[in-house]
Write a protein that binds this ligand. Structure first.
Ligand code: 13P
Length: 251
């Protein structure tokens, strides 16, 4: 049984006060981490504040990091610092970072290794554009992203890795992939992992769906055989909405 993981990706939203108010509102109401993992990924400057106030059932993640320990990389954040701050998760290769900040399959792979080397849990994102979806090339496109992202990882690492399938055309658009569509692509991803590793490894790896997930559609998405959670943008910003999303993961 794969434990569901619901992660909020706040992107470039919320001030420190707003973030701490959110934590205050959800902390005592979150379901036990025994049944569902709840994660919030914030902007870097408030990570320490978030970690300090995270309740027992909430974990904090960063939205990006560099793949080197230190150096002349203005504006970047190191895994060493994230670990030092008590951060436990890091989103890697989000489509916005691929589109606006030259994140490549190669840097995604380097960052994923780097996260594991430092004991951080990576949430590795893949996803196709509308053009690729409409040309019926989704599976072959995603396969390349997955193969490249996972290059050189051990079976044990794959088993704890979280992969997020986020079709770019569904992000922030209100258009969700139908649950069947999301499940089919996620199954195809799992099959890629079966071919690269084996069935046992692929069955252990958790794969989230992301893209306009809301309290109204999460139950149906999570009812699908291969969808193990959600990576949520807009609907994770509101405390009540986040609680509803996470509670859906306990069913
Ligand atoms: P939305 O839930 O706002 O569509 O964003 C999805 C996303 O990009 C999460 O990483």
């Amino acid at each position: 049984m794969r434990k569901p993981i619901i992660a909020g990706n706040w992107k470039m939203n919320k001030t420190r006060d707003e973030a701490l108010q959110f934590i205050y509102n959800v902390n005592t109401k979150l379901p036990s981490k025994e049944f569902v993992e709840s994660v919030i990924c914030t902007q870097s400057p408030i990570l320490r504040d978030m970690v300090k106030r995270q309740g027992e059932n909430l974990r904090i993640g960063a939205q990006n990091m560099h793949y080197l320990d230190s150096g002349a990389y203005t504006g970047e954040v190191s895994a060493l610092l994230l670990v030092d701050l008590g951060v436990e998760y890091v989103i890697i290769g989000h489509s916005e970072r691929r589109a606006y900040y030259n994140e490549t399959d190669d840097s995604v792979n380097k960052k994923t290794h780097h996260a594991f080397n430092h004991g951080l849990n990576p949430i590795v994102c893949v996803g196709e554009s509308l053009e690729i979806r409409e040309a019926n090339k989704t599976d072959e496109f995603i396969k390349v992203q997955v193969v490249n992202a996972l290059k050189g990882l051990t079976k044990d690492q794959i088993k704890v890795l979280v992969l997020a399938y986020e079709p770019i055309w569904a992000i922030g658009t209100g258009k969700t992939a139908t649950s069947e569509m999301a499940n089919d692509t996620i199954k195809a991803i799992r099959n890629v992992v079966v071919d690269l590793y084996d069935k046992e490894t692929a069955e252990a790896m958790r794969i989230q769906y992301g893209g306009s997930v809301k309290p109204a559609n999460i139950k149906e998405l999570l009812s699908m055989s291969d969808i193990d959670g959600a990576l949520v943008g807009g609907a994770s910003l509101d405390a009540d909405s986040f609680l509803q999303l996470v509670n859906a993961g306990t069913k």
